[in-house]
Design a protein around this ligand. Structure first.
Ligand code: URA
Length: 451
């Protein structure tokens, strides 16, 4: 196929964008349809992606791209009485927020059809974390998702084949043509999938810092504004928080160990920074979706659902609905439990000792994640198997006074021992200083409200 709609050919369309022109609604429609049907050659799609990367897209073009991508597949249609909400995070080391957040929102009366992803490279995927629990099934049909939402209120599932098929083609070609980091292409990819989920409200957690894709606040703000604009233009009440991602979130990094920490959060015993993110993202969604008159009130509602264990009960029910046995779900959610009775524990636990006295100023999350990745916690190629039992528990707090010889991290691994360079990389991740150099910072730096 060489024509869009018998008026302009694809080479002409590529030239138009390459030369900085604006694409019309019909032209974007023809492009996305051609991508979906594979009528446009990969070389032409790649050239168009590069033209978009170089010249950008206006707000109007970005919205049209997002809408066309969304309409390239199935769009969920829920009961008018439901308030359907979700969150999207740009990903960070130790980010297990979705696990307590989805059931806490369901306990507040929202419907949460959370469609999550798998990890690649150093990033951990929510689906991988949940698959540490034997029996948990991330693949659920639309009918099953509907039933789980009706019965429980939340589910965490993988993307179905029918949801935004154009994104699968575009994403693979973006990867192959070094055009992943384009604002309109990222926006179209993320927001089209959220639009297809049939949401009323969406909160985005856009991370910045050493262990995030965006290293500084300005570039994270730029992305957040583009996502918030497209979400609202699509009719989803959308807001964002910009959150700091220097140290890992909480104390656990890996798959099974992060499930343990998420369960602790659901039992009201989570680490402060994880609690802060769950309360803020949840409270914000309750506020913008009209469930709560203020953000503060929304945060209190989430806190209450964690403290009174209603969120935990929702999580337990979700586990059973998604394939975990009643016995295992009950036991994981019990007060005093051995989590590793039901999840695989790594064969070895190695503790590393602090090499100096001092105050903990920083723990380089990316360095820890890279070591874990090599130990089997992450994958290099989509579809690769991972070892859910590999992980790390950080045994010290930021700002804590530590003495030489004190254990500061416990690595769970199945390789017989850690290599010398892994010891070295981990020790380098722990940054010491004096107590007056340490300043406590909230994870949440800024909000971008719906327009
Ligand atoms: N996540 C997505 O789904 N798409 C992107 O382009 C980036 C992150």
């Amino acid at each position: 196929m060489s024509n869009t709609n018998n008026t302009i050919t694809f080479p002409e369309l590529i030239r138009l964008k390459r030369d900085g022109g604006q694409l019309t609604e019909e032209e974007i429609h023809a492009f996305v349809q051609g991508v979906k049907s594979r009528a446009i050659k990969d070389s032409q799609i790649g050239a168009m992606l590069m033209a978009i990367w170089l010249k950008g897209m206006s707000e109007k073009e970005t919205l049209q791209l997002t809408k066309e991508m969304m309409k390239s597949g199935e769009v969920f249609d829920w009961s008018d009485e439901w308030v359907v909400v979700d969150k999207h995070s740009t990903g960070g080391v130790g980010d297990k927020v979705s696990l307590p957040l989805a059931p806490a929102l369901a306990a507040c009366g929202c419907k949460v059809p959370m469609i999550s992803g798998r990890g690649l490279a150093h990033t951990g995927g929510t689906l991988d974390k949940l698959e540490s629990i034997p029996g948990f099934k991330v693949n659920q049909s639309v009918q099953q998702v509907k039933q789980i939402l009706l019965d429980i209120g939340c589910c965490i599932v993988g993307q179905t084949e029918t949801l935004v098929p154009a994104d699968r083609v575009l994403y693979a070609l973006r990867d192959a043509t070094s055009t992943v980091d384009s604002l309109p292409l990222i926006t179209g990819s993320i927001i089209s999938k959220k639009g297809a989920e049939g949401l009323n409200a969406l909160v985005l957690d856009v991370k910045f810092g050493r262990a995030a894709l965006y290293k500084d606040l300005d570039s994270a703000r730029h992305l957040a504004q583009s996502l918030v604009t497209a979400g609202n233009n699509l009719g989803i009440t959308t807001g964002a928080i910009l959150s700091r991602m220097n140290a890992p979130i909480g104390r656990c990094v890996g798959n099974a160990v992060e499930v343990c920490e998420a369960l602790e959060c659901l039992k009201g015993r989570g680490p402060d920074d994880l609690n802060e993110l769950v309360l803020t993202l949840g409270g914000y969604l309750l506020w913008i979706s009209g469930h709560s008159p203020t953000l503060e009130n929304g945060k209190n509602m989430i806190l209450q659902k964690l403290m009174n264990r209603e969120a935990l009960k929702k999580f337990q029910a979700m586990l059973v609905a998604q394939g975990v046995t009643e016995d295992a779900a009950h036991s994981l959610c019990a007060d005093d439990t051995d989590y590793f009775k039901h999840m695989k524990r790594a064969a070895h636990q190695t503790e590393l000792k602090a090499q100096h006295d001092g105050t903990v100023l920083e723990i380089d999350g990316m360095a820890v994640a890279k070591v874990l990745h090599k130990l089997g916690a992450g994958r290099n190629e989509p579809g690769e198997k991972i070892d859910h039992s590999v992980g790390a528990e950080i045994l010290v707090d930021m700002g804590q006074q530590v003495t030489k010889g004190q254990s500061w991290i416990r690595i769970h691994h199945n390789s017989p021992e850690l290599y010398i360079h892994q010891h070295f990389d981990l020790q380098k991740a722990l940054v010491f200083g004096s107590s007056d150099e340490f300043k406590t910072e909230s994870r949440v730096a800024e909000f971008i409200h719906p327009r």
